[in-house]
Design a protein around this ligand. Structure first.
Ligand code: CP
Ligand code: NVA
Length: 309
């Protein structure tokens, strides 16, 4: 980003490795500070953030709102019926109006183009809180969680099992800047976006594998990762997908193949008994709740980064 130009957080691959690792280091530091109970660090004092949600959310909404508040700021929740971006009002108008009241815009939208349009027309930083294409804040929190539990992200083997969706695209974009081994095991026809796979492979940073064999994929994994089979906007395909995704459920058998060092992760919300069994999500090596907590800490560091404080 040129000097004086606003910084957005739209895709992990918009940043170099040093910047991503710096944001993660900052997350560790600010997390420790908040955990100590000290509330004197208030870099967002006098600042406001507008949070636009075209889809439901628990983690993203609460972690952003709480995190921004804990660091001194005020966040405003705008739900699917409030501004009806693109319907009641054009995205470019929403961006320009909200920019005049707020210091940050955070948005969760359907079409990825909507977040690009918001960023184009906003005069303040825009943070991507999930689109149909990617979910960068989630994967920053996941990276933080892996660093906390394994000691490093570099060189680890992360195996995602399920739909080649927005979560996978953010893993691939992270793998195009930070070196690790990323494997996506998905049913035929549910592979991640080809251009994104090519971009990650061509970056030559990480080992990237896309396969249709979950049993082979999970061997020797450091992390086995899952997400819903039908994402928001695809819920009418849920029944059909349950048929097609047979064999891609993460159960005790698959975790056993993965081996004793494998942690289980899931971005949540989870459909227990569908993409993951209850026993896997409740097992001692499941780190889904520290992972969910880290949404707030990773995002605090992202907000500090985009605001340059
Ligand atoms: N993981 C995640 O983004 O959760 P929410 O949909 O609840 O925000
Ligand atoms: N792939 C899921 C992630 C939810 C956090 C979805 O887009 O619904």
């Amino acid at each position: 980003t040129a000097k004086g130009e606003k910084k957005d957080f739209l895709h992990i691959s918009d940043f170099d490795k040093a910047t991503i690792l710096k944001i993660l280091d900052r997350a560790v530091e600010v997390k420790a500070h908040l955990k100590s109970g000290d509330r004197s660090f208030a870099p967002f004092k006098g600042k406001t953030m507008a949070m636009i949600f075209a889809k439901p959310s628990m983690r993203t909404r609460v972690s952003f709102e709480t995190g921004f508040f804990l660091l001194g700021g005020h966040a405003i929740y705008l739900g699917p019926n409030d501004i009806q971006m693109g319907k009641r009002e054009e995205t470019r108008d929403v961006a320009r109006v909200l920019s005049r009241y707020n210091d940050i815009l955070m948005a969760r939208v359907f079409a990825h183009q909507d977040i690009l349009d918001l960023a184009k027309y906003s005069t303040v930083p825009v943070i991507n809180g999930l689109t149909d294409y990617n979910h960068p804040c989630q994967i920053m929190a996941d990276a933080l969680t892996i660093i906390e539990h394994i000691g490093r992200l570099e060189g680890t083997k992360v195996v995602y099992v399920g739909d080649g969706n927005n979560i996978v695209h953010s893993w691939l974009l992270l793998a195009s800047v930070v070196p690790f081994h990323f494997v996506c095991a998905c049913p035929k026809g549910f592979e991640p976006d080809k251009e994104t796979v090519d971009k990650a492979q061509k970056a030559g940073i990480s080992k990237i594998e896309i396969t249709n064999d979950p049993k082979e994929a999970v061997k020797d994994a450091d992390v086995v990762y899952s997400d819903v089979w039908a994402s928001m906007g695809q819920k009418e395909e849920a029944a059909y997908r349950r048929q097609v995704f047979q064999g891609f459920q993460i159960d005790e058998g698959l975790m056993k193949i993965a081996g004793p060092k494998a942690y289980f992760m899931h971005c949540l919300p989870a459909e227990r008994g569908v993409e993951v069994t209850d026993s896997v999500i409740e097992a001692p090596n499941s780190i889904v709740f520290p992972q969910a907590e880290n949404r707030m800490h990773a995002q605090n560091a992202i907000m500090l980064h985009v605001l340059g404080v």
